[in-house]
Design a protein around this ligand. Structure first.
Ligand SMILES: NC(=O)c1ccc[n+]([C@@H]2O[C@H](COP(=O)([O-])OP(=O)(O)OC[C@H]3O[C@@H](n4cnc5c(N)ncnc54)[C@H](OP(=O)(O)O)[C@@H]3O)[C@@H](O)[C@H]2O)c1
Length: 295
């Protein structure tokens, strides 16, 4: 199978890359070779590489900065996924795309299900919601995996910020009134590949067409940013800062985040037979990969 992966240097993309290499002929297109803000370049790249499957792990993920760069966020997160889908369709290929809990406003009292109506609070969430729609209305067989609070040992994320500030600071204020599921990029990559493996012995494209739509995909359980930080510190004794819980209203930010980011993963389990490990277990596995001289 010919697979084209975008965002290979991102958290999810870099976790996917080695797994996809074992599944077929993999082409990776980073931002240096394909700028997703350039519609013509996307069309040319897909036609040149003629993949059977496109996995779009690239995104404009700077939630705060998106407020001042709405056009760029819209181009990369909203328009580009639709073009990838259209071009995949011309080749009778399929698309796997990722989206976010930030399509919701967080006012719901329960974990969100896929049929709950999105209502993003900021530009990033709006751009990601547009991307879901451009993908799903393209007519191309496509899956959208919505995930939340992604972290890994690479890139910019909450885990890495806590590991750094936990050693630099004496005290650290962390938001304690937003709930969600921290999700390890590796868990997303492994679950995506487990889905693809189900298609073995079947035709991939009709398999994806049969299952197409949106699925919530997070590590199981839920916590707050503050309790997530506590769990990180409990596993890394060098993080000695005293953690102080604060409400989101005390944390300066140009954009509001949903208070409830919990995503219900039942559809993924019932329809695709896929479950992700509890967030605490994933965190432990992720941190166990740190070199021992960091301990
Ligand atoms: N991070 C989260 O907390 C989170 C939460 C929920 C959902 N998600 C979704 O999960 C998916 C994967 O996110 P992630 O955390 O792995 O993101 P990430 O680490 O920020 O990686 C995104 C990748 O996209 C690339 N990219 C950005 N703009 C581009 C452009 N114009 N052209 C080509 N490539 C471009 C980036 O390249 P550069 O390295 O050059 O910038 C980066 O390699 C995304 O769909 C995201 O929206 C993420």
């Amino acid at each position: 199978m010919n697979i084209l992966l975008t965002g290979p240097q991102g958290q999810v993309g870099s976790a996917l890359r080695p797994l996809l290499e074992t599944m077929g002929d993999l082409t990776v297109l980073g931002r240096d070779t394909l700028d997703l803000a350039d519609a013509d370049a996307i069309r040319a790249a897909v036609q040149q590489h003629r993949p059977q499957l496109i996995i779009n792990a690239a995104a404009y993920t700077a939630v705060d900065r998106a407020e001042t760069e709405p056009e760029l966020a819209r181009a990369v997160n909203g328009i580009a996924p639709g073009i990838l889908a259209e071009e995949a369709g011309r080749l009778n290929a399929a698309l796997i795309h990722y989206s976010t809990d930030y399509v919701f406003d967080g006012t719901h009292s329960e974990p969100y299900v896929e049929t709950d109506p999105p209502h993003p609070l900021g530009v990033y969430g709006q751009s990601k919601w547009l991307g879901e729609q451009t993908v799903l209305t393209s007519g191309t067989p496509a899956l959208v995996f919505r995930t939340s609070w992604v972290y890994s040992l690479y890139g910019a994320n909450f885990l890495r910020t806590m590991l750094r500030l936990g050693q630099e600071r004496d005290t650290l204020k962390v938001v304690d009134d937003q709930w969600g599921a921290p999700t390890w990029a590796q868990s997303i990559a492994e679950t995506t590949v487990a889905f693809l493996q189900q298609a073995r012995g079947d035709e991939l494209i009709p398999f994806i067409r049969r299952h197409q739509g949106v699925y919530h995909m997070t590590n199981s359980g839920a916590t707050t940013w503050y309790a997530f930080a506590q769990a990180i510190f409990a596993l890394r004794p060098e993080c000695r800062a005293q953690l102080i819980p604060i409400p989101a209203s005390e944390y300066p930010s140009p954009v509001r985040r949903p208070a409830n980011s919990r995503l219900n993963n039942r559809k993924l389990a019932e329809q695709l037979h896929l479950t992700l490990p509890p967030w605490q277990e994933a965190l432990k596995r992720c941190l166990s990969a740190l070199p021992s001289n960091d301990r």
